[in-house]
Design a protein. Structure first.
Length: 115
């Protein structure tokens, strides 16, 4: 049986049916949710590309979610199917170096989803 400690309390990790919840189950659920979110981000980008990029640069929360989305795509092996290279354009943007690969990969994902 797996246990999780939250705020100093042990919590048994089972679903409503009493079936143990594994780390793999949690990971699969998170990956599915992040991939669904990438579809929403692609819709937002299609509606207003400039606004999406400005929000990426302005809000750390969006950058962090995009980083998680990219990580999920890498983990499930879908990143290798994403086409496009936006690195030259991304390198010209006023954003910290740390976030440039994330923006590039996010744009690759969006491009692959919308084309």
């Amino acid at each position: 049986m797996q246990w999780l400690t939250i705020y100093g309390k042990l919590i048994k990790m089972v679903d409503n049916s009493g079936i143990p919840i594994t780390a793999q189950t949690i990971s699969e659920t998170i990956n599915k949710s992040l991939i669904e979110l990438s579809l929403k981000y692609a819709e937002m980008y299609e509606a207003n590309p400039k606004n999406f990029v400005v929000c990426f640069m302005k809000f750390k929360s969006i950058r962090m979610v995009c980083e998680s989305i990219v990580s999920s795509y890498v983990q499930v092996g879908a990143m290798k199917d994403c086409k496009g290279d936006f690195l030259e354009w991304v390198n010209k943007q006023p954003i910290e170096e740390r976030w440039k690969p994330v923006l590039n990969d996010t744009l690759k994902i969006i491009y692959s989803l919308t084309k």
